[in-house]
Design a protein around this ligand. Structure first.
Ligand code: GDP
Ligand code: IMO
Ligand code: MG
Length: 438
């Protein structure tokens, strides 16, 4: 049998705790791909893309949709709130983005219901001081139902009688749990009618997206897999329990889209020049309040979805090494370099110490991670503006040294550097793997 050339299939993952700038990076790369496909998460994500003086915030719809003619897929591994999806579609329409015929939603994706949101909020308030700081979108409870095999999926919406029966069964079960746990039943009136109406809105998008993507790849079309959240929020490998409920790492591509791991040709990791995290949980390189506040203002570090202030800290190479290992990162994108333009000195964490000993790997338990002492190297800042620079050679020397330091420590190429939120504030050094994928 003659071997067919492998179609280009590249994955973009967040290498930290989310909000690394994946939306901007995916939008940039999407020009060179036929499809962009989301494999995990839901509308807990907020991906910001800015071009032509317009700001778009995408939550569930892949950022590649902003490129005219390109196709986008929401895969089986995602959880879909149809009301939020319809609102997102309307937003795009208002901005003049037409998705008809080029946006596809998996018939196997699980649905988020209003009771999932209620349970998310109730569980968070029950946790008290140990709250995770979720986005309150019902993500966790929807994935819980999926794993407990009582979830209701997109395909179920199109069999009205079957849908009603499944919904009644789930509601009865949820109400019993809610009464026992929280002392009151859930608000469930009107869900059936509302979801039937929403089903009519999204019907035209629904298809078997696993077959769609595999056929596209068989025909030599290219696919960009768009990660949501970040490595440290991964349900299996992140800072559990302060994580989301899906696999944000590149392994999620195979299960979340029904595209075999052997199809993936390369992985792009996205990191900020520093680190942020929203919500609770360990954050070894978190800065003291005043420094964090200054960086937050400069970097506009407020959640795209919830508006919450993001916690800020120094770059953590232990996190990035872990991300490289877990997702097989071939090329690293460093975003928000411009936010460091006025920083006199830059600290970088190169290791952790715990009870006086150096840790070789990321500890499994958050109790240890909360107590580790970061080992820092201090590098000089460049104190010159970087926006507008298009060639890596024109970056200030200290900025190049910072990037080289990261690259050497991690033994990974720097495939792209971002110096502003706009599409064109982007540097792509020549001769890299990433450049060869464009
Ligand atoms: P995502 O969730 O990974 O897509 O990231 P978000 O969109 O939630 O957060 C990243 C934020 O940084 C957004 O507001 C972007 O517009 C912005 N951004 C992305 N790259 C850069 C950059 O290089 N410089 C600056 N100043 N902002 C950036
Ligand atoms: P993008 O794709 C940053 C965080 C929440 C919370 C934890 C669990 O924009 O990078 P959830 O609602 O998922 O149950 O919340 O995960 N979180 C994110 N943080 N960026 C995201 O997505 C996130 N999605 C979830 O803040 O700490
Ligand atoms: Mg975000």
């Amino acid at each position: 049998m003659t071997e067919k050339a492998r179609a280009k299939a590249i994955c973009v993952v967040g290498a930290q705790w989310g909000d690394e700038g994946k939306g901007k990076v995916v939008d940039y790369l999407a020009q060179s791909f036929d499809y962009t496909a989301r494999y995990a998460g839901g509308h807990n994500a907020g991906h910001t893309v800015i071009f032509n003086n317009h700001k778009y915030i995408l939550q569930l719809i892949p950022s590649g949709i902003l490129r005219p003619e390109k196709k986008a897929v929401i895969g089986a591994g995602t959880v879909v709130d149809p009301a939020a999806l319809v609102a997102e579609l309307e937003n795009l329409k208002r901005s003049g983005i037409e998705v008809r015929g080029r946006l596809f939603l998996s018939d196997r994706a699980h649905l988020i219901f209003p009771y999932h949101r209620e349970m998310d909020k109730a569980a968070e308030s029950a946790r008290g001081a140990a709250a995770i700081g979720t986005t309150s979108r019902g993500i966790g409870p929807a994935y819980e139902d999926k794993m407990a095999r009582r979830g209701i999926r997109v395909c179920d919406l199109f069999d009205a009688a079957g849908f009603k029966e499944k919904l009644q069964r789930v509601i009865a079960e949820k109400n019993a749990i809610s009464r026992a746990t929280y002392g009151h039943p859930l608000e469930t009136a009107g869900i059936y009618d509302q979801y039937m109406e929403l089903a009519a809105h999204i019907h035209g998008l629904v298809t078997d997206t696993g077959v769609l993507l595999n056929r596209a790849l068989d025909n030599g079309e290219s696919v960009l897999f768009e990660g949501a959240q970040g490595t440290m929020l991964d349900i299996d490998h992140g800072t559990y329990p302060y994580v989301t409920s899906s696999n944000a790492t590149s392994g999620g591509v195979a299960t979340g889209l029904g595209v075999a791991p052997t199809r993936i040709c390369g992985v792009v990791g996205v990191t900020k020049a520093y680190t942020t995290r929203v919500g609770s949980g360990p954050f070894p390189t978190e800065m003291p309040d005043l420094d964090a506040q200054a960086l937050r203002e400069r970097g506009k570090e407020f959640g795209a979805v919830t508006g919450r202030p993001r916690r800020c800290g120094w770059l953590d190479l232990v996190v990035l090494k872990f991300a490289k290992m877990l997702s097989g990162i071939d090329s690293l994108v460093v975003t928000k370099m411009d936010v460091y333009d006025t920083q006199p000195e830059i600290k970088v964490c190169t290791g952790y110490k715990f009870k006086g000993k150096t840790l070789d790997n990321m500890p499994a338990d958050v109790e240890t991670l909360m107590q580790v002492e970061p080992v820092y190297v201090t590098l000089p800042g460049w104190q010159k503006p970087t926006p507008g620079i298009r060639d890596v050679k024109e970056l200030p020397e200290a900025a190049r040294n910072y990037l080289n330091f990261i690259s050497e420590q991690l033994q990974v190429e720097i495939g792209m550097i971002s110096t502003g939120p706009e599409r064109d504030a982007t540097i792509v050094p020549r001769g890299t793997k990433l450049a060869s994928w464009l």
